[in-house]
Design a protein around this ligand. Structure first.
Ligand SMILES: [Mn+2]
Length: 283
């Protein structure tokens, strides 16, 4: 697949960040997608990377700060993503995160295990692992929408002149490097690993891609989301926050947004679990 995914200028786009193997939250965002699709007939769903690699802890060892308990179900998340994509051709999208990258040419991640890539592929077995790598190779690095939104996994801290620079960025050959080495790799280093971007750098990045702002995850925002200047919004849909703080983004692909300041609670910024949402996230 192309490195840059181009979203259409019509319909409703739902955006979900870091699931880290949480099947329950995957099911919830799909339920929301099905509702919006039934209502509009024109819904898109975008995952901004790190769908895989979650904790493997018993419930008694689970730390409170990670929110509600779950056990990593990365393989099921990817299997169900494939089924969902077949059911809605061209409307289910995903970006590479640093955790997916570990399976397809990036450094192996060590967030919840010494080598999460080896652990997951060993659990799946060689044939299922190869099928998963084929799926992950189809993920884009960046998504752009005529509504002004740009989507990345990490912060928009890369220096690019145009979409062509991203199309040309190599993803493979970083297996032996560490996460520190890859941060020095132009374009994919920052896009997959940066936790923040200076406002002027982010502004240049989104303008080079024809956009006005960037939405991304990668980092945990304990409050659910954070706007940075006019050009950035960091979103936590799943991993590392309690259900009451999980949010997703819903955009009108036919609109033209000038800034993240135009994204409103209760309209574009919505709780994943409205029944238990913190009062300040209900909009
Ligand atoms: Mn990440």
């Amino acid at each position: 697949m192309a490195r840059v995914l181009r979203l259409p200028d019509h319909g409703r786009l739902l955006v979900c960040t870091d699931l880290q193997g949480c099947l329950r939250d995957f099911h919830r965002i799909v339920e929301i997608f099905d509702e919006v699709d039934a209502a509009t007939g024109d819904a898109h769903l975008l995952f901004t990377g790190d769908l895989i690699h979650g904790p493997h802890l018993d419930e008694r060892d689970w730390p409170d700060f990670l929110g509600e308990y779950y056990r990593d179900a990365s393989d099921e998340v990817i299997d169900e993503l494939v089924v969902l994509s077949l059911r809605h051709p061209g409307r289910i999208h995903a970006l590479v995160g640093n955790h997916e990258h570990g399976h397809i040419g990036g450094p192996h991640t060590a967030k919840f295990a010494a080598d999460e890539v080896e652990l997951l592929e060993a659990r799946m077995g060689p044939r299922a692992a190869e099928r998963m790598r084929q799926v992950l190779r189809g993920f884009a690095l960046v998504a752009v929408a005529p509504c002004g939104a740009v989507f990345t996994h990490g912060a928009p801290a890369a220096t690019v002149q145009s979409i062509a620079d991203i199309e040309a960025a190599p993803l493979e050959g970083f297996e032996l490097g560490s996460a520190l080495d890859i941060l020095d790799a132009p374009i994919i280093g920052p896009i997959l690993w940066a936790r923040s971007a200076a406002p002027d750098v982010a502004a240049r990045f989104v303008r080079a891609l024809g956009g006005t702002f960037c939405i991304y995850g990668h980092d945990v925002i304990p409050e659910g989301f954070e706007r940075v200047g006019d050009e950035q919004m960091v979103v936590s849909t799943s991993f590392g926050v309690p259900d009451a703080r999980k949010i997703y983004v819903s955009l009108d692909l036919g609109a033209r947004y000038r800034s993240v300041r135009e994204l409103r609670l209760g309209h574009e910024i919505l709780p994943l679990y409205p029944d238990v949402a913190a009062p300040d996230l209900r909009g």
